[in-house]
Design a protein around this ligand. Sequence first.
Ligand SMILES: [Zn+2]
Length: 148
Amino acid sequence: MNECRHTDRLGAYHDGEMSGPERAELQVHLQGCARCSAELAQLEQLSETLRAAARPALSGAALARLHRSADRQTMTPILHMAELFLAVAASILLVAGAWLFLQTQTHEASAETPSWDTVATTSLDTAATVQDPSLQWIDEVFSEEGGQ
Ligand SMILES: [Zn+2]
């Protein structure tokens, strides 16, 4: 049997992975080439055998089981990622909430300086006078920055 350069493309032709013009060209070739016709017939027979063998094995409950296990396989990492994301988001919310709380406290503590020009012309250590003992550290930080 003599070799033909078209035999490599028979797989793509058989699987329908070939473009229109290329397919038409090969169809013409198949009519005149015994080698390719035989090869294609073998391919069709092989795929039909595979289909017939695969059909009963992957039907009904077995197929459903396969689908379920495939779903679990793909869903598990996604669920883990979602849990991790939620945990991180919750942590960020907690930190942001605490920060906002502190910001509000600081703002209230320095509320005795009402207008922007007073704030701008007053040095930090006198502007931020913190009465709340739990927030005394803010006063200390400001004193360190403003005082010499
Ligand atoms: Zn050929």
